[in-house]
Design a binder for this molecule. Structure first.
Ligand code: GYE
Length: 306
């Protein structure tokens, strides 16, 4: 091969390796922590990282990946903003002999030879954990429980899977009813806006399930502005467990958080090193995660990294 990719000519010294990373954006506290961790991990490993921020637009991510192909980087890593529409550009990377690693989010493709590894959370399991808390919380309720769902970015793996896992579990109790479900695009502003609007048509809602902390934090603002008490008048369950979310949980404004770890940097560096050494990394690497109640949040907060 003339491309000089890692592994095709034997391992390169780490300081000659170049990795291109195409990030989703900076939409949430989770994303900011994820970016920081990835940049710090590559810096520490002494591997050059080219970084681009797609501002939540697929076309920008595709452009960034194409430019990494042109620059003949050794490995391309990216966190696909949505699941579909990647086959063309990933085939271009494949044709150029550049291995691709998916971090955090999956692609929906028939051809799994288009990437070497997918490192990230099990989002369906996260949705199930959120649903399980709701199921337990209302186990004794004989009345209908009205739920609003704040969805993540439309078409994104965590939005699709967190909705699926949640729906499956709450279906066990017919009293649990999702009365409205809309996207807040994983942002605080989006969560606030959607909650404001949905509270008008559903003033008697009992619980909000937000696909991330940031949208839950936006919902808190909307609930307070409507003269109600978040966590008491309307319960809130979220996913992520970033610092601001954990603080709101400790303060009783959020009731339960399912953890999703953004600290993927070290594992991504390991995958890049394996590729460089000519080894095949595991195809699917699942992040280990827990859940937090108010008490657990109070205990965890002082040592929380992000
Ligand atoms: O939960 C959300 C972020 O893909 C897991 O993206 C990630 C999600 C995370 O914007 O806060």
């Amino acid at each position: 091969a003339t491309s000089g990719n890692a592994a095709s000519d034997g391992p390169k010294p780490l300081d000659e390796l170049v990795v291109g990373f195409a990030q989703v954006g900076a939409e949430s506290g989770w994303r900011t922590a994820n970016t920081k961790d990835i940049q710090a991990s590559f810096e520490e490993a002494g591997i050059e990282l080219k970084f681009s921020d797609a501002q939540q637009k697929q076309e920008n991510q595709i452009k960034a990946i194409r430019s990494y192909i042109q620059q003949q980087v050794d490995v391309i890593a990216f966190s696909p903003v949505v699941e579909t529409g990647w086959d063309a550009v990933l085939n271009e990377a494949k044709a150029a002999g550049i291995p691709v690693v998916l971090t955090d989010r999956a692609v929906d493709s028939q051809d799994d030879s288009l990437y070497v590894s997918f490192l990230g959370s099990d989002f369906v399991a996260e949705g199930e954990k959120a649903g399980q808390w709701v199921l337990d919380e209302y186990a004794d309720s004989s009345e209908s429980v009205k739920i609003i769902q704040l969805e993540g970015t439309t078409g994104a793996a965590p939005a699709i899977d967190r909705a699926e896992g949640f729906a499956e579990v709450i279906a066990e109790n017919p009293n649990l009813e999702v009365v409205a479900s809309q996207t807040g695009d994983f942002t605080r502003a989006g969560g606030k806006q959607v909650t404001e609007a949905l509270l008008k048509s559903n003033p008697d809602v009992d619980l909000i399930y937000a696909h991330n902390d940031d949208m839950g934090l936006g919902a808190i603002e909307a609930i307070e502005a409507a003269g109600m008490e978040p966590g008491v008048d309307i319960k809130i369950v979220t996913v992520d467990a970033v610092k601001d979310g954990m603080q709101a949980l400790a303060d009783g404004k959020i009731n339960f958080i399912v953890e999703c770890s953004p600290l993927l940097g070290k594992q991504l560096v390991d995958i890049v090193k394996q590729i460089n050494d000519g080894e095949a990394p595991e195809k699917r690497i699942i992040t280990e995660e827990t859940t937090f109640t108010q008490e657990e949040a109070i205990e965890a907060l002082p040592t929380r990294q992000y």
